[in-house]
Design a protein. Sequence first.
Length: 282
Amino acid sequence: MLKSLFRDRYLLLLLTLTILIRLFSLREDWVERNYFRQGIENQLGLELKRYSVADLFTLTTVLQQRLNGYAEKIDSVQRLQYDRNRFLFEKGVAAYRQAESKYPYLQYRSPSIKPSIFTPVGHWFGFTGYFNPFTSEAQLKTSIPVFLKPFVVTHEIAHQLGYAKENEASFVGYLACKGSADINFLYSVYFELYRDALFECRLTPNKQLVETISKNIHPRVRWDVRDLKLYLLRNQNFIEPFMSGAYDRYLKLNNQPKGKATYNEVIAYLVAYMKKFGAESI
Protein backbone atom coordinates (compact mmCIF):
# COMPACT_ATOMS: atom_id res chain seq x y z
CA MET A 1 0.00 0.00 0.00
CA LEU A 2 2.76 2.42 1.00
CA LYS A 3 4.88 1.47 -2.01
CA SER A 4 1.93 2.00 -4.32
CA LEU A 5 1.22 5.43 -2.81
CA PHE A 6 4.88 6.42 -3.12
CA ARG A 7 4.98 5.20 -6.74
CA ASP A 8 1.85 7.17 -7.65
CA ARG A 9 3.24 10.35 -6.10
CA TYR A 10 6.57 9.83 -7.83
CA LEU A 11 4.88 9.37 -11.22
CA LEU A 12 2.74 12.47 -10.66
CA LEU A 13 5.83 14.48 -9.76
CA LEU A 14 7.68 13.16 -12.82
CA LEU A 15 4.77 14.07 -15.10
CA THR A 16 4.52 17.53 -13.55
CA LEU A 17 8.25 18.16 -13.98
CA THR A 18 8.04 17.08 -17.63
CA ILE A 19 5.18 19.49 -18.27
CA LEU A 20 6.93 22.35 -16.48
CA ILE A 21 10.20 21.79 -18.34
CA ARG A 22 8.24 21.98 -21.59
CA LEU A 23 6.51 25.15 -20.40
CA PHE A 24 9.84 26.72 -19.49
CA SER A 25 11.34 25.88 -22.89
CA LEU A 26 8.38 27.45 -24.68
CA ARG A 27 8.49 30.47 -22.39
CA GLU A 28 12.19 30.83 -23.20
CA ASP A 29 11.33 31.24 -26.90
CA TRP A 30 8.89 34.00 -25.95
CA VAL A 31 11.44 35.53 -23.57
CA GLU A 32 14.07 35.74 -26.32
CA ARG A 33 11.61 37.65 -28.50
CA ASN A 34 10.71 40.13 -25.75
CA TYR A 35 13.75 40.76 -23.53
CA PHE A 36 15.27 43.27 -25.88
CA ARG A 37 12.12 45.19 -26.78
CA GLN A 38 11.85 48.78 -25.58
CA GLY A 39 11.45 48.57 -21.80
CA ILE A 40 9.02 50.46 -19.61
CA GLU A 41 11.89 52.61 -18.28
CA ASN A 42 12.53 53.89 -21.83
CA GLN A 43 8.83 54.38 -22.50
CA LEU A 44 8.53 56.51 -19.35
CA GLY A 45 11.96 58.12 -19.63
CA LEU A 46 13.09 56.76 -16.25
CA GLU A 47 16.72 56.74 -15.15
CA LEU A 48 17.34 53.45 -13.38
CA LYS A 49 20.33 53.54 -11.05
CA ARG A 50 21.43 52.46 -7.60
CA TYR A 51 19.22 54.14 -5.02
CA SER A 52 20.29 55.45 -1.62
CA VAL A 53 19.07 54.21 1.76
CA ALA A 54 17.41 57.60 2.24
CA ASP A 55 15.49 57.16 -1.04
CA LEU A 56 14.44 53.67 0.04
CA PHE A 57 13.05 54.84 3.38
CA THR A 58 11.29 57.79 1.73
CA LEU A 59 9.65 55.44 -0.76
CA THR A 60 8.68 52.96 1.96
CA THR A 61 7.06 55.72 4.02
CA VAL A 62 5.05 56.93 1.01
CA LEU A 63 3.97 53.37 0.14
CA GLN A 64 2.88 52.85 3.74
CA GLN A 65 0.82 56.05 3.71
CA ARG A 66 -0.95 54.98 0.52
CA LEU A 67 -1.50 51.46 1.86
CA ASN A 68 -2.91 52.68 5.17
CA GLY A 69 -5.29 55.00 3.33
CA TYR A 70 -6.66 52.23 1.13
CA ALA A 71 -6.77 49.75 4.04
CA GLU A 72 -9.18 52.11 5.78
CA LYS A 73 -11.60 51.81 2.85
CA ILE A 74 -11.55 48.03 2.37
CA ASP A 75 -14.86 46.27 3.00
CA SER A 76 -14.14 42.71 4.21
CA VAL A 77 -17.40 41.33 2.81
CA GLN A 78 -17.33 43.23 -0.48
CA ARG A 79 -13.80 42.12 -1.31
CA LEU A 80 -14.87 38.46 -1.26
CA GLN A 81 -16.23 39.16 -4.76
CA TYR A 82 -12.62 39.08 -5.94
CA ASP A 83 -12.56 35.35 -5.22
CA ARG A 84 -14.94 35.02 -8.19
CA ASN A 85 -12.67 34.51 -11.17
CA ARG A 86 -14.83 36.15 -13.83
CA PHE A 87 -15.40 39.23 -11.68
CA LEU A 88 -11.68 39.50 -10.85
CA PHE A 89 -10.52 39.03 -14.44
CA GLU A 90 -12.98 41.61 -15.78
CA LYS A 91 -11.66 44.07 -13.20
CA GLY A 92 -8.09 43.32 -14.33
CA VAL A 93 -9.00 44.06 -17.95
CA ALA A 94 -10.77 47.26 -16.85
CA ALA A 95 -7.61 48.38 -14.99
CA TYR A 96 -5.58 48.09 -18.20
CA ARG A 97 -8.30 49.83 -20.23
CA GLN A 98 -7.99 52.75 -17.81
CA ALA A 99 -4.17 52.67 -17.88
CA GLU A 100 -4.17 52.68 -21.68
CA SER A 101 -5.67 56.19 -21.75
CA LYS A 102 -2.51 57.49 -20.04
CA TYR A 103 -0.01 54.93 -21.35
CA PRO A 104 -1.02 53.92 -24.93
CA TYR A 105 1.69 51.22 -25.01
CA LEU A 106 -0.23 49.32 -22.29
CA GLN A 107 -3.09 48.58 -24.69
CA TYR A 108 -4.46 45.11 -23.86
CA ARG A 109 -5.80 44.02 -27.24
CA SER A 110 -6.79 40.39 -26.68
CA PRO A 111 -7.73 39.76 -23.04
CA SER A 112 -7.17 36.17 -21.99
CA ILE A 113 -6.93 35.36 -18.29
CA LYS A 114 -7.70 31.94 -16.84
CA PRO A 115 -7.51 30.09 -13.53
CA SER A 116 -4.36 27.99 -13.44
CA ILE A 117 -4.84 24.33 -14.31
CA PHE A 118 -1.77 23.72 -12.14
CA THR A 119 -3.19 25.21 -8.92
CA PRO A 120 -2.60 22.02 -6.84
CA VAL A 121 0.90 21.74 -8.30
CA GLY A 122 1.41 25.42 -7.54
CA HIS A 123 1.38 24.54 -3.84
CA TRP A 124 4.49 22.45 -4.45
CA PHE A 125 6.35 25.01 -6.52
CA GLY A 126 5.30 28.21 -4.76
CA PHE A 127 4.03 30.22 -7.74
CA THR A 128 1.02 32.54 -7.60
CA GLY A 129 0.51 32.95 -11.33
CA TYR A 130 2.29 32.48 -14.65
CA PHE A 131 2.23 33.25 -18.37
CA ASN A 132 1.18 30.17 -20.37
CA PRO A 133 3.27 30.03 -23.58
CA PHE A 134 0.99 27.35 -25.09
CA THR A 135 -2.02 29.67 -25.13
CA SER A 136 -0.52 33.14 -24.42
CA GLU A 137 -2.85 33.33 -21.42
CA ALA A 138 -2.26 34.97 -18.06
CA GLN A 139 -3.01 32.32 -15.45
CA LEU A 140 -3.72 32.73 -11.74
CA LYS A 141 -3.37 30.24 -8.91
CA THR A 142 -6.86 30.71 -7.48
CA SER A 143 -6.12 29.45 -3.97
CA ILE A 144 -3.95 32.44 -3.00
CA PRO A 145 -5.37 34.98 -0.51
CA VAL A 146 -7.94 37.31 -2.05
CA PHE A 147 -5.92 40.45 -1.31
CA LEU A 148 -3.03 39.22 -3.50
CA LYS A 149 -5.13 38.38 -6.54
CA PRO A 150 -5.58 41.81 -8.19
CA PHE A 151 -1.85 42.50 -8.25
CA VAL A 152 -0.96 39.00 -9.49
CA VAL A 153 -3.49 39.35 -12.32
CA THR A 154 -2.06 42.70 -13.46
CA HIS A 155 1.50 41.33 -13.17
CA GLU A 156 0.70 38.36 -15.42
CA ILE A 157 -1.14 40.57 -17.94
CA ALA A 158 2.05 42.67 -18.14
CA HIS A 159 3.88 39.52 -19.27
CA GLN A 160 1.22 39.06 -21.96
CA LEU A 161 1.98 42.58 -23.18
CA GLY A 162 5.61 41.58 -23.67
CA TYR A 163 7.23 42.81 -20.46
CA ALA A 164 9.28 39.68 -19.91
CA LYS A 165 11.40 40.62 -16.91
CA GLU A 166 9.79 40.16 -13.51
CA ASN A 167 10.69 43.62 -12.20
CA GLU A 168 9.20 45.26 -15.30
CA ALA A 169 6.03 43.18 -15.09
CA SER A 170 5.58 44.16 -11.44
CA PHE A 171 6.08 47.84 -12.23
CA VAL A 172 3.65 47.70 -15.17
CA GLY A 173 1.16 45.94 -12.88
CA TYR A 174 1.66 48.81 -10.44
CA LEU A 175 0.88 51.39 -13.15
CA ALA A 176 -2.29 49.51 -14.09
CA CYS A 177 -3.49 49.18 -10.48
CA LYS A 178 -2.54 52.75 -9.56
CA GLY A 179 -4.68 54.19 -12.34
CA SER A 180 -7.66 52.09 -11.32
CA ALA A 181 -10.53 53.47 -9.28
CA ASP A 182 -10.92 50.04 -7.67
CA ILE A 183 -9.95 50.15 -3.99
CA ASN A 184 -9.15 46.42 -3.90
CA PHE A 185 -6.71 46.72 -6.81
CA LEU A 186 -5.10 49.74 -5.19
CA TYR A 187 -4.80 47.99 -1.84
CA SER A 188 -3.40 44.83 -3.45
CA VAL A 189 -0.58 46.57 -5.33
CA TYR A 190 0.45 48.77 -2.40
CA PHE A 191 0.33 45.76 -0.05
CA GLU A 192 2.73 43.87 -2.31
CA LEU A 193 5.10 46.76 -3.00
CA TYR A 194 5.16 47.89 0.64
CA ARG A 195 6.22 44.38 1.66
CA ASP A 196 8.98 44.44 -0.97
CA ALA A 197 10.19 47.86 0.18
CA LEU A 198 10.08 46.93 3.87
CA PHE A 199 12.08 43.78 3.11
CA GLU A 200 14.77 45.94 1.49
CA CYS A 201 14.71 48.31 4.49
CA ARG A 202 15.36 45.38 6.81
CA LEU A 203 18.60 44.69 4.93
CA THR A 204 19.94 48.11 5.97
CA PRO A 205 21.66 48.85 9.31
CA ASN A 206 18.92 51.27 10.40
CA LYS A 207 16.88 48.81 12.47
CA GLN A 208 15.33 51.50 14.66
CA LEU A 209 13.80 53.30 11.68
CA VAL A 210 12.48 49.99 10.32
CA GLU A 211 10.83 49.32 13.67
CA THR A 212 9.29 52.80 13.72
CA ILE A 213 7.89 52.38 10.20
CA SER A 214 6.54 48.92 11.00
CA LYS A 215 4.64 50.21 14.04
CA ASN A 216 2.69 52.69 11.91
CA ILE A 217 0.91 50.12 9.76
CA HIS A 218 -2.90 49.87 9.66
CA PRO A 219 -4.45 46.95 11.63
CA ARG A 220 -6.01 45.51 8.45
CA VAL A 221 -2.57 45.22 6.89
CA ARG A 222 -1.36 43.37 10.00
CA TRP A 223 -4.30 40.95 9.71
CA ASP A 224 -3.56 40.32 6.04
CA VAL A 225 0.16 39.81 6.71
CA ARG A 226 -0.82 37.27 9.38
CA ASP A 227 -3.20 35.51 6.95
CA LEU A 228 -0.50 35.43 4.28
CA LYS A 229 1.96 33.85 6.72
CA LEU A 230 -0.62 31.22 7.68
CA TYR A 231 -1.29 30.50 4.01
CA LEU A 232 2.43 30.05 3.33
CA LEU A 233 2.82 27.78 6.37
CA ARG A 234 -0.10 25.61 5.26
CA ASN A 235 1.47 25.16 1.85
CA GLN A 236 5.02 24.43 2.94
CA ASN A 237 6.46 21.27 1.37
CA PHE A 238 9.78 19.61 0.64
CA ILE A 239 9.69 20.25 -3.13
CA GLU A 240 9.32 24.04 -3.20
CA PRO A 241 12.89 24.91 -2.06
CA PHE A 242 14.35 22.78 -4.88
CA MET A 243 12.04 24.27 -7.52
CA SER A 244 12.61 27.76 -6.16
CA GLY A 245 16.34 27.25 -6.66
CA ALA A 246 15.76 25.90 -10.17
CA TYR A 247 13.61 28.89 -11.10
CA ASP A 248 16.26 31.22 -9.66
CA ARG A 249 18.84 29.64 -11.98
CA TYR A 250 16.40 29.83 -14.91
CA LEU A 251 15.98 33.59 -14.41
CA LYS A 252 19.75 34.07 -14.22
CA LEU A 253 20.15 32.29 -17.55
CA ASN A 254 17.55 34.60 -19.11
CA ASN A 255 19.05 38.07 -18.67
CA GLN A 256 17.94 38.43 -15.06
CA PRO A 257 21.34 37.99 -13.35
CA LYS A 258 19.95 38.44 -9.84
CA GLY A 259 17.53 35.57 -10.27
CA LYS A 260 14.50 35.68 -7.98
CA ALA A 261 15.87 38.86 -6.41
CA THR A 262 14.80 40.50 -9.68
CA TYR A 263 11.25 40.55 -8.30
CA ASN A 264 12.40 43.04 -5.64
CA GLU A 265 14.18 45.21 -8.20
CA VAL A 266 10.80 46.81 -8.84
CA ILE A 267 11.90 49.13 -6.02
CA ALA A 268 14.49 50.66 -8.38
CA TYR A 269 11.68 51.45 -10.84
CA LEU A 270 9.59 53.04 -8.10
CA VAL A 271 12.48 55.19 -6.85
CA ALA A 272 13.23 56.33 -10.42
CA TYR A 273 9.53 57.11 -10.93
CA MET A 274 9.45 59.04 -7.64
CA LYS A 275 12.59 60.99 -8.60
CA LYS A 276 11.10 62.01 -11.94
CA PHE A 277 7.48 62.70 -11.01
CA GLY A 278 7.69 63.43 -7.26
CA ALA A 279 6.63 61.51 -4.13
CA GLU A 280 3.00 62.57 -4.63
CA SER A 281 2.94 60.53 -7.87
CA ILE A 282 3.60 57.23 -6.06
